[in-house]
Design a protein around this ligand. Structure first.
Ligand SMILES: [Zn+2]
Ligand SMILES: [Zn+2]
Length: 214
């Protein structure tokens, strides 16, 4: 048994555990059925981290739903980079939903009919949304069938062993790609690793924008 940490290696182990436990990769186009595993990724900070995780899943035959923001201060989905990210996620076989900022759940044809609120308040988190599935509405969210990795902390424990033994009837597993893809022993270190990569990306963007960096 290797370390239970927030690394891509351990994320791959979780996928292997799910396969060993007999789970099926499920999307939010149907209500949960026994054996379903809903891999949900809220992309808060980094499209490149999302793509890294998406390729790892694709290599294992796993299918996930990526929730992308149109109102992020950290990335621009309307940029060439953002459009390419959506295309790549789709071509890797993943679904794309809207990671919405309340109260704006307006979708366009970039998104499937599924919404996950970013940092939701308790008064609307479980409420249905017009014309789309809210991932936190019943029956997709049910106590005991949900695990999430917020800030590198499993509130109800890492699901590794329970996936491997098939202990969940079904599961919605929320993970944030940036906290697994970038390296660090703490959330702070991991975020600083992300900032180092973003610094390099921005230098490239500046050069491409004909900025004199001499
Ligand atoms: Zn673990
Ligand atoms: Zn979020």
């Amino acid at each position: 048994m290797s370390a239970c940490d927030f690394s891509l290696r351990h994320y791959g182990e979780l996928l292997d555990a799910a396969a060993a436990g007999g789970y099926r990769w499920a999307g939010f186009d149907h209500e949960p059925e026994p054996g379903d595993l809903f891999l949900r990724h809220d992309v808060d900070l980094s499209l490149s981290a999302a793509l890294t995780m998406a390729r790892l899943e694709h290599a294992r035959g796993a299918h996930a739903t990526y929730f992308l923001m149109t109102e992020s201060v950290f990335y621009n989905l309307a940029s060439s980079e953002g459009r390419a990210a959506i295309d790549q996620l789709r071509s890797l076989g993943h679904a794309v939903g809207l990671h919405a900022v309340y109260p704006n759940a307006g979708r366009d044809d970039r998104f499937d009919a599924v919404v996950a609120w970013h940092n939701p308040d308790p008064d609307y988190v479980f409420e249905p949304v017009d014309g789309a599935v809210n991932v936190m509405q019943a029956p997709w969210f049910t106590q005991g069938n949900y695990r999430s990795d917020s800030n590198q902390h499993w509130r109800e424990g890492c699901p590794d062993a329970a996936l491997r033994s098939g202990a969940f009837e079904w599961l919605q597993l929320l993970t944030h790609p940036e906290i697994w893809v970038f390296r660090g022993a703490t959330m702070g270190e991991t975020m600083r690793s992300m900032l180092e990569e973003k610094r390099g990306e921005w230098l490239v963007h500046l050069a491409e924008d004909r900025i004199d960096l001499a």
